[in-house]
Design a protein around this ligand. Sequence first.
Ligand code: AHR
Length: 358
Amino acid sequence: MKRKVLSAILIAAMTLSLAACGSKEAPADTQAPAEAEEPAADAEEPADAEEPAADAGSGDLITVGYAQVGAESDWRTANTESFKSTFTEENGYKLIFDDAQQKQENQIKAIRSFIQQEVDYIVVAPVVETGWETVLEEAKEAGIPVILSDRMMDVSDDSLFEAWVGGNFVKEGETCGDWLADYLESQGRGEEEINMVTIQGTIGASAQVGRTEGMANKLAEHSNWKMLDMQSGEFTQAKGQEVMESFLKSYDDIDVVICENDNEAFGAIDAIKAAGKTCGPDGDIIVVSFDSVKAAFESMIAGDLNATFECNPLHGPRVAEIIQKLEAGEEVDKIQYVDEAYFDTSMDLEAILAERAY
Ligand code: AHR
């Protein structure tokens, strides 16, 4: 909004000066110079009939376009809620929210629409890591800062985004592998041949890439662990169930299923029970997953899920802090990892669940 105010002032000033000179030619450069983006603090938004509809009436609010992945999981619902409850008019923001339904092309369209609407900031939780350069260059050209949240983008030029905040997905995968080693040891199965399958997340998403990589690092440390198969469950419960059904048909000796999010685990547990098998600490198959949403605690309390490795979705306030620092002209850390824990059935899960925010 501030950028637009300044552009309007500069364009008006240029028009007046050209009129005074009697020139009929438009100047080649009628854009506000990049370094002069901050207007006087008390500059008012002029009444402007040419403002795009979505920006109309935002007053002094900071307009933020959020290109969300979709609504595929409990985690994602909590993440959306975190943004919607943070970027409110009471807090000084106008949020334009877009649900990409897990499709990168929809996110690219949303980012282009945010650029066209001249938002003040673009926030993206990218569906996958690659394929963003062109649209980020368009945002940069338009002078709109881009902040990445949750998943990462793989771009050659890191000046295309201001900052990223999210979980350390490789570390989450490694924590899962370390937990599994300790758990098997505690069960007297440390030296036993262990057959595993993985229900991966959306292929190419940094949450999938990192968790798979972290677990692969731990697999390399245990010659008695065998990964029988890996297939994507798209981070959804329905697909998690479908993939587990197919694993159970192909392999009759699965010891461990690693689900790259909790919702896939809920589907996998349904598939295991439907196949007449059991799971959890007292069952045939060890089930572990990532996210640590409330329903995962309920599943552990019910004795179905063994452990869940946390991925914190409450990024709304973290992104707001980055925006406030940028507004104040302060430096922000480019890469900001969030601290994350894990939870298993040896803990007082009822007490933890009672305090859980998501
Ligand atoms: O990027 C974070 C992952 O995306 C979460 O693990 C998952 O639930 C979500 O869909």
